[in-house]
Design a protein around this ligand. Structure first.
Ligand SMILES: O=C(O)c1cccc(C(=O)CC[C@H]2O[C@@H](n3cnc4c(=O)[nH]cnc43)[C@H](O)[C@@H]2O)c1
Length: 218
C-alpha cells in the first residue's frame, strides 16, 4: 500500500476493534485514520463518506472481526477481500433470493483491486498468519442457522467471511473514486448460533498482529 502523500482510512465498527488496529499500528502518526463507525452498512457508509469528504484519502479499509465460512476461513485466521458483496440486498421470491443486481437496480459488489489483495495477503502470510483471500459478504442480519450458511454459500460460491459493514464503506469509497479492501479476523464460524464458541478476544489479537505487519505498508 503505497500511500504517496495521501492517507488511508481504516473503518472499524466498534471501539475494541479500533483499539486493536491502533495497537497494531503502534499508535504512531502514520498516514492513516482509524474510525469506529458503528455497526452495520449504513453507519459504515455514512461515517466513511463524511470522512472522505475532506479529500485526503487514497484507500479505504473496512476491518474488524467476522464470521468465517467453514473450510475457507477458520477461527483465528485473517480474511482479505477479493470482492465485497452485499449478500442480502435483494428480494425473496417464491423461486428464491433475487439480488438487486439481478433485478436491474444496480451493483451489489465492489471489487478489491487484485494487486492490492494479493500484496496484503502475501505480506500477512509471510509474517506467519493464516490468511484466506476471497469474497467477503456484508449482511444486515448475522447468519444464525446452518440453512442460512448454506444459502449464502450457494449465492456466493467461495464466500470466505461475513460481517456487517464492508459494503457500506466500499460503496462510499467508490463514490469518491477510491479503491477499497476488507481485512477481517475470524471470531466465529458462520452457521448455527453458538455464542459460547465465539473467540472475540483471540480474533482481536490476530487483528492487532495483522496491522503490526501492515503498519510498514500503510
Ligand atoms: O449474538 C449473536 O448471535 C451475534 C451473531 C453475530 C454477530 C453478532 C454481533 O453482535 C457482532 C456484530 C459485529 O461483529 C461483526 N461480526 C462478527 N461475526 C459476525 C458474523 O458471524 N456475522 C455477521 N457479523 C459478524 C459484524 O461486522 C459487526 O460489526 C452477534
Amino acid at each position: 500500500m503505497d500511500s504517496g502523500n495521501k492517507r488511508v482510512l481504516i473503518v472499524a465498527a466498534v471501539a475494541v476493534e479500533k483499539e486493536a488496529v491502533l495497537r497494531g499500528l503502534r499508535q504512531n502518526s502514520g498516514p492513516y485514520d482509524v474510525l469506529a463507525a458503528g455497526v452495520g452498512p449504513v453507519a459504515a457508509a455514512a461515517q466513511t463518506a463524511k470522512q472522505l469528504a475532506s479529500g485526503q484519502y487514497q484507500l479505504v479499509i473496512s476491518t474488524g472481526i467476522a464470521g468465517g465460512f467453514a473450510g475457507r476461513a477458520e477461527m483465528g485466521s485473517i480474511v482479505v477481500s477479493e470482492a465485497i458483496i452485499a449478500a442480502d440486498l435483494g428480494v425473496n421470491t417464491q423461486e428464491g433470493f433475487c439480488s438487486l443486481a439481478e433485478l436491474g437496480y444496480g451493483p451489489v459488489r465492489v471489487q478489491t483491486p487484485a494487486g492490492l489483495a494479493k500484496k496484503v495477503t502475501d505480506k500477512l502470510r509471510q509474517a506467519g498468519l493464516e490468511v484466506c483471500s476471497g469474497p467477503v459478504l456484508t449482511v444486515t442480519t448475522a447468519t444464525g442457522t446452518a440453512e442460512g450458511e448454506a444459502e449464502l454459500s450457494r449465492r456466493v460460491p467461495g464466500a470466505a467471511a461475513e460481517a456487517m459493514e464492508g459494503y457500506g464503506a466500499a460503496w462510499a469509497a467508490s463514490l469518491f473514486g477510491l479503491p477499497s479492501l476488507e481485512i477481517r479476523a475470524i471470531s466465529n464460524q458462520v452457521g448455527p448460533r453458538d455464542s459460547g464458541r465465539w473467540r472475540i478476544k483471540e480474533a482481536l489479537t490476530v487483528l492487532e498482529k495483522a496491522y503490526l505487519v501492515l503498519a510498514e505498508e500503510l
